[in-house]
Design a protein around this ligand. Structure first.
Ligand code: 2U9
Length: 350
């Protein structure tokens, strides 16, 4: 049997030291630790109360009452200390975290379309107004779609490894390459769609070239194709002159210089008078007064025949342009690498 007086004494000692620890706690952790130590499951008070069973019955209730009184008293002390700690936290934050509302806001810099994406979409949009619907094709192609179907003879130099990226995909069929033009997508369109056809094929193309201010191993193209009945070169010129006027925002003199592409016959390069010096010669046009903008031509009948489109019934024209080139001309960018270096000082100018 334990003397109840001993329990009472233990309770009072516990109350003092508990109050001391709770009141002197300088952080939430210290306060929490003090509460655990005295009022927790395994706390001092619980320990003392376990002794209650060993004191004479008539004293037990009274002691129990005292113990509960001390418990709620200590919990009040705990609550007050917690509130005062939170108050001092707030004051500290108010002192340290004061916001100088006169400071300019850190506006979220809104990003914007990459100049290449903007230019590519602008070109697609212009041809859309003339009824050319965008058509997508894969960037990884077989030699058939990238070369054979486009009338490239087997020994054509652009088939060489130093011009085209060959993947090491072992295939029983034609080799697999990274497309070097979006013409391959146009071939897929001619297989999928029946004439009349009026499409643009835009996207990334790859050429195994060294990097410099004018060349990059990947770039973007927009090519166009129109297959219909009795299509003539005049319609091709009209379509492209209209494009030039809308793209540069003013009518420009143009000239079609004979050229050669395996997939078009006749073929031409389209030059426009330099929109920056109106032909008098400047840095942009290398003082030539003319700018080479794109290539075009009437679709070679071999290409049509190869895709089971009867050249006696259907014919057409096609054109192709480099998006980087048209963006560099329009924005006066002199180094193609700016488009890929992701330097925000360059990109934020657009
Ligand atoms: C099919 C038939 C004909 C697409 C064409 C060009 C001329 C051309 C170059 C411009 C700059 C490539 O990016 S560039 O270096 N392209 O000059 N492309 S005609 O002719 C086609 C395509 C598909 C079935």
């Amino acid at each position: 049997m334990i003397e109840s007086a001993l329990i009472e004494q233990q309770l009072n000692e516990m109350r003092q030291s508990a109050q001391k620890s709770l009141c002197e706690a300088n952080s939430h952790n210290e306060l929490e630790a003090a509460r655990q130590e005295y009022l927790g499951q395994k706390g001092v008070l619980t320990g003392i109360l376990r002794g209650l069973g060993q004191i004479d019955k008539d004293r037990r209730a009274a002691i129990g009452q005292v113990a509960n009184q001390i418990k709620s008293e200590l919990e009040n002390v705990y609550g007050e200390r917690k509130a005062s700690l939170e108050q001092s936290d707030l004051e500290h934050r108010l002192k340290t975290e004061k916001i100088d509302v006169t400071l300019p806001g850190r506006g979220k810099k809104l990003g914007h379309m990459h100049p290449l994406s903007e230019t590519l979409q602008e070109i697609e949009q212009i041809f859309l107004t003339m009824g050319f619907l965008p058509f997508e094709g894969p960037e990884v192609e077989t030699e058939y779609y990238n070369f054979d179907a486009l009338n490239f003879p087997p020994e054509h130099p652009s088939r060489d490894e130093q011009d085209t990226f060959y993947t090491n995909i072992e295939t029983t069929g034609p080799a697999v390459v990274l497309r070097c033009h979006t013409s391959s997508a146009q071939v897929r369109a001619m297989q999928k769609l029946s004439p009349p056809i009026r499409i643009t094929c835009a996207g990334r193309v790859y050429r195994n070239e060294e990097i410099n201010a004018r060349k990059y191993p990947l770039f973007h193209q927009v090519e166009g194709l129109l297959i219909d009945r009795d299509v003539n070169f005049g319609q091709l010129k009209g379509t492209l002159n209209h494009f030039i006027r809308l793209y540069f925002g003013k009518p420009l003199k143009t000239r079609f210089r004979p050229d050669f592409f395996p997939f078009t016959e006749p073929s031409a390069e389209l030059d426009s008078e330099c929109p920056f010096c109106s032909g008098s010669g400047c840095r942009t046009c290398g003082n030539k007064g003319w700018l080479e903008l794109l290539g075009c031509g009437m679709v070679d009948p071999n290409v049509l025949k190869g895709l089971n489109i009867d050249p006696e019934v259907w014919n057409g024209f096609a054109f192709g342009m480099g998006v980087e080139r048209l963006a560099m001309l329009k924005y006066g960018v002199t180094d193609i690498r700016h488009f890929y270096n992701n330097d925000v000082r360059f990109l934020e100018q657009f």
